[in-house]
Design a binder for this molecule. Structure first.
Ligand code: UD1
Length: 429
């Protein structure tokens, strides 16, 4: 299994191009199931999760083709991909595939809306909590679906089609919002979704669906109204820049010091995180081509954060921010409110010399003057990258093992960082 070897201590200087957002690309790809026409997505990141979802969609009968790369691009950069679900050949999403990536469960919405039936395995994905699917089931039932759970599969059908309704999410869920918006797009009549997720990825999906002919209002607010249409058509749509990748590299620069342009990044997608990084002592400047992040000389200040649904501080940046706080000149409290088991990086950061104690959902991080390199183990996607950031600032050598998690969500991580002066390389084996 591949590992990543880092020799810490170098400042980061240069430009890091920000890729298309994984969490936007996945639901957009799934939206291709809603139409028999071609959906063209630009800026699709080249990631293991995208490859896996492409295979899963292929299983349902979705054809895809990738535009030729630009001359100046090596393999593995964001690309334009065409998806065509002319004939859906299978409405079952099997355990072998769905268990590898939770988001693939979301095919349930479009399959049910377009074909009136779906059989989808209960999901797997990162081990960051129980992550049930009750909200999806209750929401789809509200739209008239009959749903049974049998043998590890969710069996859903709506022989006469879905029917619009009002549904109040008891808890904010990004995935369940994506699925209900997609399902409602082809339902008869009007659907009103309350307490919907306001994440930029939901807005990106709604814009794509609108370009496909859907009638959606309120995406980006907590009430989304969808007036169903009989059919959707193809469209060309662009994936937004990855706000988690943006925040991750901003925190890396805040930690190592230096001066980096995050090219193509959009500050409006991560205001809460940028504000926290700024308070920690980095200088954040929105510029025409992206976001410039600098920290020269000044120490890192302790900043308390608590994760929350958008526009709050994202749970997907919690591990990285904790890495940053391990070097703060004081004590920071980091509270996780979205997932109940998302502190697996605490043990590993401790191996690098971090001082962190955990009480329930809060980690108390006592900053230390220096971290020291060590072998560490990645446990989930965001935890893995927090170890990389910590390694960049640690003295000596850090080896991050089991990096397949990183490949799920970070495009060309080693290359982007080494171009800015980091001593980082992948070792295969
Ligand atoms: C998405 C993101 C993930 C991010 C998370 C929260 C993608 C591919 N993944 O995941 O990176 O960390 O949003 O911002 O976009 N829940 C239930 N019942 C349900 C569904 C969810 O109780 O039926 C709970 C979850 O266990 C969790 C909370 O709701 O505690 C939020 O989860 P949700 O927003 O659904 O996360 P995902 O969409 O899976």
């Amino acid at each position: 299994m591949d590992s990543i070897r880092i020799t810490g201590g170098n400042e980061l200087r240069g430009t890091i191009p920000i890729s298309g957002a994984k969490n936007a690309a996945l639901p957009l790809m799934i939206a291709a199931l809603l139409t028999e026409d071609t959906l063209t997505l630009e800026n699709v990141p080249h990631l293991a999760d995208v490859e896996l979802l492409t295979r899963i969609l292929g299983n349902h009968g979705v054809d895809y083709s990738v535009n030729g790369r630009r001359e100046d691009q090596g393999e593995g950069y964001s690309r334009t991909v065409h998806f065509t679900a002319r004939n859906i050949v299978d409405t079952t999403a099997p355990y072998e595939l769905v268990s590898k990536m939770r988001a693939s469960f979301w095919v349930i919405g479009p399959l049910l809306a377009r074909l009136g039936q779906a059989r989808v395995s209960l999901p797997g994905g990162c081990a960051i909590g129980t992550r049930p699917v009750d909200l999806f089931i209750d929401g789809l039932r509200a739209l008239g679906a009959r749903i049974e759970i049998e043998g590890g599969y969710v069996q859903a059908d709506a022989p006469k089609g879905l029917v619009g309704n009002r549904f109040v999410f008891p808890k904010v869920s990004v995935g369940a919002t994506h699925v209900l918006v997609m399902a409602a797009a082809l339902a008869r009549g009007e659907t009103v979704l309350e307490n919907a997720a306001r994440e930029p990825e939901v807005v990106n999906l709604a814009e794509c669906l609108t370009a496909m002919g859907a009638r959606i209002e309120g995406a980006g607010t907590s009430t989304i109204t969808v007036s169903g249409v009989p059919a959707l058509s193809g469209a060309v749509h662009r994936v937004i820049p990855d706000r988690i990748e943006t925040g991750t590299y901003a925190m890396a620069v805040a930690m190592t010091g230096g001066d980096v342009l995050l090219e193509g990044a959009r500050p409006d997608l991560l205001e809460a995180a940028l504000e926290a990084i700024g308070r920690a002592g980095a200088e954040i400047t929105p510029v025409n081509s992206g976001i410039r992040v600098r920290r020269n000389g000044a120490g890192i200040a302790p900043v308390d954060v608590s994760t929350a649904p958008f526009p709050g501080f994202p749970t997907d940046l919690q591990a990285q921010f904790m890495a940053l706080m391990t070097r703060a000149g004081g004590t920071a409290r980091i509270t996780e409110t979205i997932f109940e088991n998302r502190f697996m990086h605490v043990q590993e950061l401790a191996r690098l010399g971090a001082r962190i104690s955990q009480t329930g959902q809060t980690a108390v991080v006592e900053g230390v003057p220096r971290l020291k390199g060590a072998p560490v183990m990645a446990t989930d996607l965001r935890a893995s990258v927090s170890l990389v950031i910590a390694g960049l600032a640690a003295e000596g050598e850090t080896v991050v093992n089991r990096v397949y998690h990183l490949d799920r969500g970070f495009e060309r991580l080693e290359e982007k960082l080494s171009r800015c002066g980091a001593a980082i390389e992948r070792q295969s084996g």
